[in-house]
Design a protein around this ligand. Structure first.
Ligand code: MSP
Length: 511
């Protein structure tokens, strides 16, 4: 098991303000990051903004600003929104950062020096939304399938990266590294694409047409194609080429993206790395789209949803939970506020909220001074303990495949088991019998112990809710420093706990 994790989100274009689609990937990366910390790994988590290219120039013009001012302003919106969504990134990168420009030029020069960049002429259908050329066969009714506008035919002299040279290597690499691109459907999609001859990649734009970019180190009349520039952010952010951070974290790189940018990440990026003499990333994790009525949520389709308004209306943790629980990583999901309200009321207010409040209320009512570690366990208690360890195993396994929804289903299965345990052991009945004080202590101890395990596992998904429950449980120690090892041992809670009352964590919401 690798001791480190380097997790990245796409760097988002500054032509649109942050919306629910960006929030999903960033929250998923955050959950992955926090879960890996919980698993005892040292992690580095990066997000940022992609600021060069036609698209940004056009957006800046429309806003009546110059590209730099415009990029500064929108980049700040991204930078500022992440703390509001409890995102734990270690670094925020901008492609206009000076150190990034140097790394891009370094890589370009390397690839040029090995003879993998040449000058030539190209004509093709160019979609300004995607910032790439399309083959005719990729278009739907002559239009870009994502942006639903007809691309423009452009012909010009440019520099090309000899990507075709790496086609066989890439096919072989994908086949011999299961999970390199995952889930498998996306690996298959890339392999299907690679069945046709791979064309070389145009990696420059003449300054006469576009000067908002990084100048090519070997020709000052050209800037770097925005994708060649953007992908390299993943190296800049860890201090490539010679920082300790790079050596430590690069081998454990996990990129998170949606399927819209599979081709640049699944084909351009590994071949650029190969040509630069750098090991490919460890995993490319690809998720589907959040849709509304079968249309992708996006600025160009005009159906964006502001994550902050959902946070304000329903609370951050309910929003985070919904996103992670509702989408099967890899497949599309439909967004609706009524689905969010249903999840909030059933999973959060009912299952989790009731478990926490009724358990803590009973401990306060019957054991003001705290609980003692039981001297023995009955069969029903053993069953609860074994449910906990099965859940933990399942949850860890699901998280390793980024199956966030199944990881949550595993936790909720255990929440149901604890609620059942409470009903079956009936602490309120035990409380009425004087000779059952020892048993009542044991039952409540087990319930608090189960809640402790649940709380530690919920922390990556719902940090502030987990904090609230943790504080009420009155357990010594900081929730942030808990590790999986702390919850594999039943009874690590110690001899007594001083439990305090908890306000309803998820009040029900009327849909
Ligand atoms: N700048 C490029 C990425 C360069 S990475 C080296 C880019 N930016 S983007 O602003 O368009 O962001 C695309 C990403 O935003 C998607 O890959 C995904 O992570 C997220 N999403 C945007 N809309 C989304 C949905 N409707 N659904 C799910 N994710 C979405 O592409």
């Amino acid at each position: 098991m690798s001791k480190t994790l380097y997790v990245t989100t796409p760097i988002y274009y500054v032509n649109a303000e942050p919306h629910l689609g960006h929030a999903y990937t960033t929250i998923a990366a955050d959950v992955l990051n926090r879960f890996n910390i919980l698993s005892g790994r040292e992690t580095f988590f990066v997000t940022g903004t992609d600021e060069h290219g036609d698209k940004v120039v056009r957006a800046a013009e429309a806003a009546g600003e110059n590209p730099k001012e415009y990029a500064d302003r929108i980049s700040m919106l991204f930078r500022n929104i992440w703390p509001e969504l409890s995102i734990s990134n270690d670094y925020f990168i901008r492609t206009t950062d000076e150190d990034h420009k140097k790394v891009v030029q370094l890589i370009l020069q390397k690839v040029y020096d090995v003879g993998d960049i040449y000058f030539g002429e190209y004509g093709g259908y160019y979609c300004f939304g995607c910032e790439r050329f399309y083959y005719e066969k990729e278009l739907a009714d002559g239009k870009c399938p994502d942006h639903k506008v007809a691309p423009e035919f452009i012909k010009e002299k440019n520099y090309f990266f000899r990507m075709s040279k790496y086609q066989d290597w890439l096919i072989e690499y994908i086949k011999s590294h299961p999970g390199f691109i995952r889930p498998e459907r996306y690996s298959n999609e890339v392999l299907a694409f690679l069945r046709d001859p791979l064309e070389d990649l145009c990696i420059s734009r003449p300054k006469s047409r576009l000067d908002w970019g990084i100048t090519l180190p070997f020709d000052r009349d050209y800037v770097t194609y925005v994708w060649f520039d953007a992908l390299i952010n993943y190296l800049t952010a860890v201090g490539y080429p010679d920082s300790d951070l790079y050596h430590k974290f690069w081998p454990s790189t996990q990129h998170l993206i949606a399927k819209d940018i599979l081709k640049p990440h699944g084909i351009y990026w590994p071949t650029i790395l190969k040509a630069s003499g750098i090991e490919p990333y460890h995993h490319l994790n690809v998720h589907g789209y959040w849709n509304i009525d079968k249309n992708k949520i996006s600025k160009s389709l005009g159906n964006i949803i502001n994550p902050l308004s959902l946070k304000d209306k329903y609370g951050l943790d309910a929003f985070r939970y919904f996103l992670m629980r509702e989408m099967v990583f890899g497949l599309d999901a439909n967004f609706s506020e009524s689905a969010l309200v249903n999840r909030l009321n059933s999973d959060l207010a009912n299952d989790l909220g009731n478990l926490a409040s009724r358990s803590l209320a009973m401990v306060i009512k019957y054991f003001k001074g705290g609980l003692h570690k039981p001297t023995g366990y009955l069969e029903i208690d053993e069953r609860l303990r074994s449910d906990a360890s099965k859940m933990l195993e399942d949850m860890i396994n699901q998280m390793s495949r980024l199956a966030f929804n199944k990881a949550l289903i595993a936790i909720w299965g255990f929440i149901a088991a604890v609620n059942k345990y409470i009903d079956e052991t009936s602490p309120w009945t035990l409380a009425k019998k004087e000779d059952q004080a020892g048993r009542l202590n044991a039952v409540l101890y087990n319930i608090v112990e189960a809640l402790r395990i649940i709380t530690v596992l919920l922390f990556p998904f719902m940090p502030s809710t987990a904090e609230k429950i943790w504080t009420s449980l009155g357990i010594k120690g900081n929730l942030h420093t808990q590790r999986l090892d702390d919850i594999t041992e039943w009874g690590k809670i110690g001899e007594t706990t001083a439990v305090s009352k908890i306000e309803p964590i998820f009040p029900r919401v009327e849909g």
